[in-house]
Design a protein around this ligand. Sequence first.
Ligand code: MG
Ligand code: ZN
Length: 218
Amino acid sequence: MKVKVISRILEANDRIAEDNRRLFNEKGIYVINLMSGPGAGKTSLLVKTIEALKDSVSIGVIEGDITGTEDAERIHSTGVPVVQINTGGACHLDANMIEEVLPELPLDSIQLLFIENVGNLVCPAEFNVGEDIKVMLLSVTEGEDKPLKYPLMFQESAALVLNKVDLLPYLDLDMERLKERAMSLNPKLKVFELSCKTGSGLDAWTDYLFRMVAEKNR
Ligand code: MG
Ligand code: ZN
């Protein structure tokens, strides 16, 4: 009985996700569902990405948090349109929450929409919200065991961003092992190594985004 109920919830979610996707496709908006554990640097990555791309790509952001507006305020200060979802306890965003806030965004003038999911390595990967791709952000301080413990995140993502590489000299992390483990779960995974603090490696990430947005509107 339990299994049946859960599969119905996911089916209902997928129907709404398809509606969202249709709307995004109509408007030519490339959509990224950005997932990570708490504190990996999702909002910092978005701020740096916006700074690098905002003269060439028009960006919008949906911020998901259980409570609070701090992240949305950081995004707002960059000048791009942003809307905050407070899930009130729910540990992930679902398609319905996204559908509800879309009227708050100037969709006709957005080319790249980031959906910053709630910080959580488990269930955000289970819910489609209508995105083009899921991207997983992992801080190198989180260790090389994460692919073993949270495989779905790596399997569902098109890209893996490894943040805080400026800290590598102070860590015992085996970077090659981490990447091998991630790639064995998802051989197509694109991996970016960068530091939001120093800016190293950001170019490869923003070039990738620029190409994906251009491809969607070709
Ligand atoms: Mg955040
Ligand atoms: Zn959840």
